[in-house]
Write a protein that binds this ligand. Structure first.
Ligand code: SF4
Ligand code: SF4
Length: 180
């Protein structure tokens, strides 16, 4: 998860990202958001359950098969990823740094007290949108946008996130269509 402040900071960037074509098969990036879709919110809360979690996980899989994140990299460009202590241990060791050096060089605390990358776009993002530490990147990067795990517990987060992440937008659109 990322902080609200981080979202706000990245808003301008993501408005620009909406111009990007990130979907394969000629499907356009959404030009709107589910953020203020009260009917969808009500529907999701009504169906809050393990069954909804399973549906979201299935839809997540399908949408990510259609999306080319390398054409977007919006999360890496605009949202400072959260980095936990296991991430620090792993990444610092791969970069041949001490943990203290890694904290000092790359991380800062956000307003919630979580450690996040100091720099956006992420310092590990390459020019072609690949991640230079992909094999050992933080857990938050691997699991973003968090739609395939305990979806029901984070409904408001997902609605909010649909304005930044095209994948989240399409996942919610598909779920909306599938729920009665
Ligand atoms: S996860 Fe979302 S924001 Fe990140 S690259 Fe993929 S589509 Fe873009
Ligand atoms: S560590 Fe890699 S995946 Fe995570 S934000 Fe940076 S470039 Fe993106």
């Amino acid at each position: 998860m990322i902080s609200k402040l981080a979202y706000l900071r990245s808003l301008e960037h993501f408005k620009m990202l909406k111009q990007y074509q990130v979907m394969k098969n000629g499907i356009e990036t959404p030009s709107n958001t589910h953020k203020n879709d009260r009917k969808l919110r009500k529907k999701l809360y009504k169906h809050r359950s393990k069954a909804l979690d399973r549906l979201a996980a299935e839809v997540h899989q399908t949408v990510f098969e259609a999306i080319d994140c390398l054409q977007c990299a919006g999360c890496c460009k605009g949202i400072p990823a959260m980095v936990n202590s296991s991430d620090v241990q792993r990444i610092a060791s791969k970069l041949d740094l001490s943990e203290d050096q890694f904290y000092a060089q790359y991380l800062q605390k956000d307003e919630d007290g979580d450690w996040v990358f100091k720099q956006t776009p992420c310092i590990f993002l390459l020019d072609d949108n690949r991640c230079s530490i992909y094999a050992f990147r933080p857990k938050a990067c691997r699991t973003y946008p968090h739609t395939d795990h305990q979806f029901s517990k984070n409904i408001d987060y997902h609605l909010e996130n649909s304005q930044y992440c095209p994948a989240s937008f399409h996942i919610l659109a598909e779920i909306k269509g599938r729920l009665p």
